[in-house]
Unconditional design. Sequence first.
Length: 189
Amino acid sequence: MKTRLDDLLETIHPSRTYDFYRRKIDDAVRTFPFESFSVDKAASCEHFITNFFACVNGSIMDGSFSESAYMAMAMFRIVFQPRYGEYPELPIYERLIHGHEGGMNGFVQEAVDALVEHFAFIPIANRVDEFIESLSDDELSVTAEEYLSKYGQLLPAEITSQGAYRFTPFLTKFLKEHPKLLLKLRSVR
C-alpha cells in the first residue's frame, strides 16, 4: 500500500525535479548563440552573462520579466554568490577573459549545474515543508520510522543508530536532500 511518504518521494523524485530542469536548461543552452559573444573585457563579459541567464530564465519562467537584464543578473548573483562571494562578477570575468578553469565552457557547465540545483531545490523544499506541516506529531514519528526503514541504510549511522525518535528532528533536512541521494545512487550504478 502506498503511503503519504511514498507520494511525497514520488513528487520530488529526480526525474520530476533535477532531470526536468536539466532538460529545460540544456535545451536553452543548445539554442544560445555563443558564437555571437566575445568575452575580452568586463563589459563584454557582462553582456554575455546577461544574455545567457536571460535565455535560461526565459526557458524556465513564464512572462516577459523572466528575460529581463535585471532578472538575468539577479539570477547570476543568486547562483554564484554562495561560491564566489558578494561580487562574483570579478572572478567570473577574469575566468572568461583569460580562459581559466575552462573559460566560457567551464563557466557554462558550472552555471548549468548551479541553475539546475537552484530551480530543482525550490519545489522540493516547498513540497517537503508542506508535507511536514501537514503531519501531526504522531504522524511525524511514524513517517520518520518509515523513512528510516526504507532508506536508513543509506544514511549516516550516527544519525540513524538511535532510531526514529532521534531521527525525527532531521527528517525535513533528509527529505529535502532525498532527490540528491537518489542521483548519487544513479551515478554509482
